[in-house]
Design a binder for this molecule. Structure first.
Ligand code: P6P
Length: 347
């Protein structure tokens, strides 16, 4: 029997009648926005292809337009829902308050409308990422503190990947569910119930990192990547290397095939200051909840992402995420090598 997203939501509300899971109704609005973004992304791709053939005049500015289109589409779809008290999206200076003409509700939405948008002009998959919390503040109008909650407090998190097919993947704390958009009927169909990282194979799990950043990494990160890319010890695991530069695409592939995605802090922007690239609220936290619900793990390298208390909206974090065994292998390697690398020679 084809289970549509709407059917699934009804089933989930029946399964958990005691929870006030009204937030799950937000998924329907997110799904509607996703269908509209998917259509525009596909159109932009063909425009870009035509551009490459010199037949149209798309520019990089088009993918930025697409970023804006995606952001406006999600806001228009979700603001009137009557379920939100405040929203925030990546790079916004401040939180977005609900317009006075709409009712408000007890939930908070943080989202990245189009992650990896610059990949559109090379036809690489891109994604949208969302994170839903309960309101903490009193009164109808939410505020920054409502958005700045640790990942473990999320009531729902998920992403949409715009690729050969459009998929919506989410968790509400009771497993991870994947829906594929049926282009013929325009419905998201449940195709991946109870998604889990596959049991870790001895070898050939996937390893994703941008080795172009090697010159800017800390010594410990270099030592770890050297060990992974040039296994010597007999029990050192051999990985298959894949990296697309699009977080949702890299994460989704590793969720299906098993493996590790790494975006460590680096000195790229400033040789004197270690900096991270990925956003805690709208990249690391939502994917961390999905990873944990799928039997995996997400870490800063030393702390579980879900336990990090955000202090600013655009806060960035190092991210190590994927199969639990692979993440813990990284954490153990860094802990053990930190002792030797930074231990001073015995007197
Ligand atoms: P780099 C896209 O801009 C993004 O935020 C993530 O989707 C992706 O994982 C990362 O940046 C890629 O960064 O430095 O490897 O191009």
């Amino acid at each position: 029997m084809l289970v549509t997203l709407s059917r699934h939501i009804i089933d989930q509300q029946r399964k958990f009648p005691q929870t006030s899971g009204k937030f799950i109704e937000l998924l329907l609005q997110i799904a509607m926005a996703a269908k509209m973004v998917a259509y525009e992304v596909r159109k932009a791709s063909i425009l870009d292809v035509l551009g490459a053939l010199g037949k149209a005049t798309p520019t990089l500015e088009d993918s930025q337009k697409l970023d804006t289109f995606a952001r406006q589409t999600f806001v228009k779809a979700l603001e009137p829902s009557g379920l939100l008290c405040v929203m925030w999206y990546e790079e916004a200076e401040n939180v977005i308050h609900i317009s006075p003409q709409f009712p408000t509700g007890p939930y908070v939405l943080n989202f990245d409308p189009l992650d990896g948008a610059s990949n559109i002009d090379v036809n690489v998959s891109v994604g949208s990422i969302f994170s839903i919390h309960r309101q903490l503040s009193k009164g109808e109008k939410g505020n920054d503190k409502d958005c700045l909650q640790p990942g473990r407090k999320q009531v729902c998190a998920g992403y949409i990947i715009y690729s050969t097919s459009t998929m919506l993947v989410y968790t509400a704390g009771s497993g991870v569910y994947g829906f594929t958009l049926h282009p013929g009927i325009g419905e998201f169909i449940l195709t991946h119930p109870e998604m889990k990282f596959p049991q870790v194979k001895k070898n050939r799990n996937i390893f994703s990192v941008n080795v172009g950043n090697y010159p800017y990494w800390e010594a410990l990160t270099k030592r770890y990547v050297d060990a992974v890319m040039h296994p010597t010890a007999k029990n050192q695991k051999i990985y298959k290397y894949r990296y697309t530069g699009s977080l949702v695409a890299d994460f989704h592939r590793n969720l299906l095939q098993g493996g590790l995605f790494l975006y460590p802090a680096d000195y790229k922007k400033d040789p004197k200051k270690l900096d991270a690239k990925l956003h805690l609220l709208v990249e690391a936290s939502p994917l961390a909840l999905i990873a944990e619900q799928a039997g995996g793990k997400a870490s800063t390298g030393s702390e579980n992402i879900l336990d990090v208390q955000p202090v600013s909206l655009n806060q960035r974090t190092p991210l190590v995420i994927g199969s639990k065994e692979d993440v813990e292998h990284y954490e153990n390697f860094i802990r053990e090598n930190a002792r030797t690398l930074f231990s001073f020679p015995k007197e």
